[in-house]
Design a protein around this ligand. Structure first.
Ligand code: GLU
Length: 254
């Protein structure tokens, strides 16, 4: 199976905003297991801005500033890829960086180039690690977040599955911290979840449950099954593949 896996900033960063290399390493271990099972993986990884921010501690401004986003992502993306390269290299998995922008998904020459790049990487056994090119994607040129990007990548690469890893188990019937709330494990096609969605979002990334749900519904409608799960849980990816019924997650059926 071809699987696009999206890892959110909140999975890859610690509470103080620094890059959680232990978590990254654990996720790389799991992706290596999935590759060993014969699955083809495309990774969409956030964390550039967050890891750049923690590298440049002496700069004290707001993330909203365009200058800061460009600066942090330029530094942080290099740091992120350096880590991934080393971690995957231990498994003899060759990775490549794909930095992209919204215009590469419009119906034009850029799209063909983007598609071709991913195809040639996959055909040669290279694991693509995709992120938005945050150094040039500013304001209206930006994707809503990497959730949107992961849905587009899953469709462009004709993945059979999209796994969105966040820091909660999936979509709940209410506030996840409320003991009354239940995890919704299966979402049937066309089901409207708007009553359940919390509009709050984590501090690290741009997305939130609202965007995850809308990306998941659209991607599932395009014939790709989508799973939202907790990337901070040990062995989550392997458990999702081997024992999904007993693994907390929300699965959007096609
Ligand atoms: N592309 C951003 C980064 O790598 C994250 C965007 C998002 O939060 O979805 O830092």
């Amino acid at each position: 199976m071809r699987i696009t896996i999206k890892i959110g900033s909140n999975v890859l960063t610690r509470a103080d905003g620094s890059l959680d290399v232990t978590r990254m390493s654990a996720l790389v271990d799991q992706i290596a297991v999935l590759r060993g099972m014969g699955h083809e993986i495309i990774l969409v990884s956030s964390g550039a801005v967050a890891s750049g921010r923690s590298e440049m501690k002496h700069i004290q401004h707001d993330l909203d500033s365009v200058d800061q986003r460009q600066l942090f992502s330029a530094v942080g993306q290099a740091k992120l890829m350096n880590r991934y390269f080393g971690l995957f290299n231990d498994y003899n998995i060759c990775v490549g960086q794909v930095l992209t922008t919204k215009e590469n998904f419009a119906d034009n020459e850029h799209r063909k180039n983007q598609e071709n790049c991913l195809r040639v990487m996959l055909e040669n056994g290279v694991l693509p690690i995709v992120n938005e090119n945050d150094t040039v994607s500013v304001t209206e040129l930006m994707f809503t977040d990497n959730d949107e990007l992961s849905g587009l990548i899953a469709q462009m690469t004709q993945s059979q599955m999209l796994i969105i890893l966040s820091n909660i188990d999936g979509i709940f019937t209410g506030n996840p911290s409320d003991p009354e709330s239940r995890l919704i494990s299966i979402v049937k096609p066309g089901k409207d979840l708007s009553d359940y969605i919390q509009t709050s979002k984590s501090s690290a990334g741009r997305g939130g449950m609202k965007s995850k749900t809308s990306v998941a519904s659209q991607t599932a409608a395009a014939g790709i099954s989508v799973i939202i799960a907790n990337g901070k849980k040990d062995d989550i990816l392997v458990r999702l593949m081997n024992d999904r019924d007993n693994t907390p997650c929300t699965e959007f059926l096609v």
